[in-house]
Write a protein that binds this ligand. Structure first.
Ligand code: RIB
Length: 291
């Protein structure tokens, strides 16, 4: 089984702030740094650092994208499908407060230039039984799902950031949802974790589910099987990319033949460790740090 990750690549412009800025307020940042990020890029790097083989599919800016491509290559992600376009790369404005909590504005840039021609070109290299990983920071979200499903790929979806694009897609085609509580609430209308899981099972009986609850822990559900993994207690410096680290580690370990419980444990530990370092992809631990 090969993994193809259709995903965003962003330059994260990250401001350390005493608190997340309120409506009408102006505050001074305590620090400013640029990091390599994007949910897609972070997840590909997490897969590679966990020991998986992943082909990244995504678009970068001709002038400013090299740093993104280089970061994928440095971590051992296959990059032959990454292309550039004569526009700016995606970027984000991220505020990180004293407790490591963040707020993010995404400017899609080249991530929004993905079109059907590009999807077809990439998917022509994959076949039934391969795994598609997808988030919601690239254009043609539904088309990617429909085309991959038609070819018989298994689809693992992290529907983040959640918006109408996700809600209007045919989510019955998803084999595994990787969601947090907020995404679970929007998908099901439920607030409590156990009710979210129950509702997800009723809505998508053929799909498995990973529900992450931050410091509380994470659940896996597939039919009658349910697993809970408590989170490692850490002092959070920056939670940016922790969810991506979880997704990447979980998928990499599963495809390397680990059982679900072990894959969840490793994903949970990797995500906790990612919270102890500032930045996105640079905070993803190496697999030697996990075991
Ligand atoms: O999930 C974290 C990521 O979300 C950041 O790296 C940022 O680029 C946004 O896409």
């Amino acid at each position: 089984m090969r993994i193809v990750n259709f995903g965003s690549l962003n330059i994260d412009k990250t401001y350390s702030v005493p608190h997340i800025v309120q409506e009408g307020e102006t505050i001074s940042s305590l620090d400013y740094q640029e990091f390599v990020g994007g949910k897609g890029l972070n997840q590909s790097i997490a897969i590679a650092r966990a020991g998986g083989q992943v082909w990244h599919a995504g678009l970068i800016g001709q002038e400013d994208g090299n740093v993104l491509l280089q970061a994928l290559e440095d971590s051992g992600v296959h990059t032959e499908f990454v292309e550039n376009r004569p526009i700016a790369s995606g970027h984000t404005i991220i505020q990180v407060d004293n407790e490591g909590k963040n707020s993010i504005i995404v400017s899609g840039g080249a991530n929004r230039a993905i079109d059907e021609l590009y999807i077809d070109k990439v998917l022509s290299h994959f076949s039934a039984g391969d795994l598609l990983l997808l988030q919601n920071e690239v254009s043609c979200f539904s088309k990617i799902i429909d085309k991959a499903h038609k070819k018989g790929l298994k689809i693992y979806l992290n529907p983040s950031p959640m918006d109408d694009e996700v809600l209007s897609a045919d989510l019955n085609k998803i084999d595994c949802f990787l969601i947090n509580e907020i995404e679970g609430q929007i998908l099901t209308g439920e607030k409590d974790a156990s009710k979210i899981m129950h509702a997800m099972q009723a809505q998508y009986p053929e799909s498995s589910l990973v529900l992450t609850l931050g410091a509380e822990g994470s659940y896996y559900q597939n039919g009658d099987q349910q697993i809970f993994i408590p989170s490692l207690k850490v002092k959070a410096i920056d939670t940016t990319g922790a969810g991506d680290t979880f997704c990447g580690y979980f998928i990499a370990n599963l495809t390397r033949g680990k059982i679900v419980e072990e894959s969840m444990k490793r994903a949970s530990r990797a995500a906790s460790l990612a919270c102890t370092v500032k930045g996105a992809s640079n905070s993803i631990p190496m697999r030697e740090e996990i075991y």
